[in-house]
Design a protein around this ligand. Structure first.
Ligand code: BTN
Length: 280
């Protein structure tokens, strides 16, 4: 079942100067998939009406890298915000990091502590995953219709948390029970509006300092998995495009070193904490 409402007066910021329309679903396959379906209905050159699609549950929630996103009723917040941008798809790497920052700010504004980010798109609390972001895109000529999907764990049953393939945490464990999903929803929309408008005007360069402050792994040993390859090194944060910088020390170069550290740059990939010393 779906219900539609306009911008609930006064409570939600305007997105890109337009009122945001809210679409609520009791159950849906995926709010991102629904956003992509709606993009297909747009005529050439038409911008999508900025919208927030929120569901109580998803039957086929999508995560990054083709993973499923567990989306039972009451277990989490499942939200997709849509906007059309006149920017090159390359700039979207930066946009997805900006969405992470907006989510972090919204959670902190509700009293959650120690909320950090893991490049490129995880919301982290003390090393455990609290939420994730999945941007999906429909490019039509010079317009990028973007579905910004946000999933935040609110109350995972212990068994559900154990069934996930990584340490996971939910908001109830961080700030206690009685979380008002509606307050979180409004805070998210307002922070997103602020940060996306800033991104459009100033680009990701204006978020580097904030992102690196939010980065849980900055200065730590990590492994970046890209395709079948693993790269170990020290995470040095992001550059002006949102790419991750990884420093490999000369001593760890198995091919015999030039005596200098190497800085690698990643536009995509998966980061994990490195349990072994660099070079092993
Ligand atoms: C990740 O793998 O970390 C990203 C998870 C993104 C999940 C959200 S829930 C709302 C939106 N709809 C989806 O199907 N996925 C995103």
């Amino acid at each position: 079942m779906q219900t539609n409402e306009g911008n609930r007066a006064g409570s939600l910021a305007h997105h890109g100067g337009s009122a945001l329309s809210v679409q609520r679903f009791e159950e849906i396959d995926s709010t991102n998939a629904e956003a992509l379906r709606q993009f297909k209905l747009l005529t050439e050159g038409e911008h999508c009406a900025p919208s927030a699609l929120i569901a109580e549950s998803q039957t086929a929630g999508r995560g990054r890298r083709g993973r499923a996103w567990l989306s039972k009723p009451g277990a989490g917040l499942y939200l997709t915000v849509t906007r059309t941008f006149s920017l090159e798809p390359d700039a979207l790497q930066g946009l997805s990091l900006v969405v992470g920052l907006a989510v972090q700010s919204a959670l902190i504004s509700l009293g959650a502590s120690e909320i950090k980010l893991k490049w490129p798109n995880d919301i982290i609390h003390k090393g455990s995953k609290l939420g994730g972001i999945l941007l999906e895109l429909r490019q039509v000529q010079n317009l990028s219709h973007v579905a910004m999907g946000i999933g935040i764990n609110i109350d995972l049953k212990e068994q559900e948390a154990l069934s996930l393939d990584r340490p996971t945490v939910d908001l109830t464990r961080i700030i206690g029970s009685g979380i008002d999903k509606e307050t979180l929803f409004v805070a998210l929309l307002n922070k997103l509006s602020e940060d996306i408008d800033r991104f459009i005007v100033h680009g990701f360069g204006s978020f580097i300092v904030r992102w690196n402050e939010a980065d849980y792994y900055l200065g730590k040993r990590v492994t970046v998995l890209q395709g079948q390859e693993h790269f170990r090194g020290i995470s040095c944060g992001v550059d002006a495009t949102g790419a991750l910088m990884l420093k490999q020390s000369a001593a760890s170069d198995p091919m015999g070193s030039t005596g200098e550290d190497t800085m690698l740059r990643f536009e995509g990939g998966e980061l994990s904490p490195s349990l072994r010393p660099e070079g092993d």
